[in-house]
Design a binder for this molecule. Structure first.
Ligand SMILES: [Zn+2]
Length: 371
């Protein structure tokens, strides 16, 4: 927070302007969220890792002579193996996902620097959005009763605004706010130009990074008709409910509320039960929709995740039964099989009731259902 002091008021002012000139897509997504729980997709990386790809797959013809190894850069597959990325999108849509995420979690110039692909950041996001959008269009036509949406995914990068430049903490280095904001701005331009329906800032471990992403959205989306709904999802790193850089989920909720997101949530924690108390806190106070897409447990030495599809879905159904969620889905280790079970598990569950002005005194009961 200390590195972005002074930006909060400006964020608030600018978002007010953005909201005033809103002209496009939110009503459909928002009206659906009021009616039922929507289901996000599962992990893209898990599906791609199962294919045991080689360096040549990552490089493709396009980057055959690239100066650095690209093995492990799953985002570059959007350009070099779009068939594989598209197949995963279709698998999740066939599983019943309402919202699929672009393969752009690490497609900022900052995150791509380790692979020497920073100059390709805009293209990665543009292509990632178009690929997901093409799959979404096929399924919108196939299941007109179930509209599908594309969320342009923005990961936290491997840098932290809250760490001083040059400081290194468990592999994460510091980065100036402006540099990260500029990288996010390029990412948002690609995602918006590629036709995303909404933007999802996920796995937030540093509130200041999320604020850099929000600042970037303001720059790109200030002119209609580009305004898109925004979802923000944090990840807690310990049982105390703090993010990696020490901020609480309450601080996260309060700070991002100024941006008037459509939804806030939690993702990527080791297990649903570790998320639950913090999700309850979020659901009790959030003035917007609430999401949860945890990981399928922790991976073992072979990279296998512990939580099986039925168990995973049961845990999310339990959250839904308490009226805590509007969007559910999966993070690391989840597969189309997990999403198939989740769709069934929450099909008849009412969504979390959105707080109203009458609830503003904080007495609203998050378990109360609108039916
Ligand atoms: Zn994850």
């Amino acid at each position: 927070m200390c590195h972005v002091a002074g930006t909060a008021d400006r964020l608030c002012d600018l978002w007010t302007l953005v909201v005033q000139c809103d002209v496009t897509s939110p009503p459909t997504l928002e009206s659906l969220l009021r009616a039922r729980i929507l289901v996000l997709d599962g992990a893209m990386g898990t599906q791609l890792q199962r294919l045991c790809l080689a360096e040549a797959d990552f490089r493709g013809e396009r980057f055959r002579r690239h100066s650095r190894d690209l093995y492990g850069d799953y985002d570059v597959l959007t350009l070099t193996r779009p068939d594989l990325v598209s197949r995963v999108h279709h698998e999740y849509l066939a599983s019943g996902s309402d919202i699929i995420r672009t393969n752009t979690f690490s497609s900022t110039a900052v995150a791509q620097a380790d692979f020497g692909l920073s100059p390709n950041a805009y293209e990665l996001n543009l292509a990632g959005a178009r690929l997901a959008r093409a799959a979404r269009d096929v399924w919108r036509a196939r299941t007109p009763h179930q509209p599908r949406f594309v969320a342009g995914t923005m990961g936290p990068t491997n840098r932290s605004v809250s760490l001083p430049p040059g400081r290194d903490a468990i592999g994460i280095r510091g980065i100036p706010f402006g540099q990260l904001r500029d990288a996010y701005e390029e990412q948002v331009r690609g995602l918006v130009d590629g036709g995303c329906d909404l933007l999802l800032v996920e796995t937030v471990f540093d509130l200041a990074n999320a604020q850099a992403a929000l600042a970037a959205m303001i720059e790109v989306c200030i002119a209609p008709p580009s305004r898109l709904p925004v979802l923000l999802s944090a990840t807690v790193s310990d049982s105390s409910g703090r993010m990696l850089t020490g901020q609480t989920i309450e601080a996260f909720r309060t700070a991002v509320a100024q941006a008037q997101p459509l939804c806030v949530g939690l993702n990527c924690s080791p297990a649903v039960h570790t998320v639950r108390p913090h999700l309850e806190e979020l659901a009790r106070h959030a003035d917007c929709f609430v999401s949860c897409h945890p990981s399928a447990g922790l991976p073992d030495v072979r990279g296998q995740y512990a939580s099986q599809p039925v168990d995973f879905a049961d845990a999310l159904r339990d959250l839904a039964s308490k009226g805590l969620v509007n969007i559910v889905g999966g993070c690391c280790g989840t597969t189309p099989a997990h999403i198939t079970e989740v769709v069934e598990a929450v099909r008849d569950m009412p969504p979390r009731r959105l707080r109203t002005f009458d609830d503003q005194d904080g007495t609203a009961d998050p378990t109360e259902q609108s039916g």
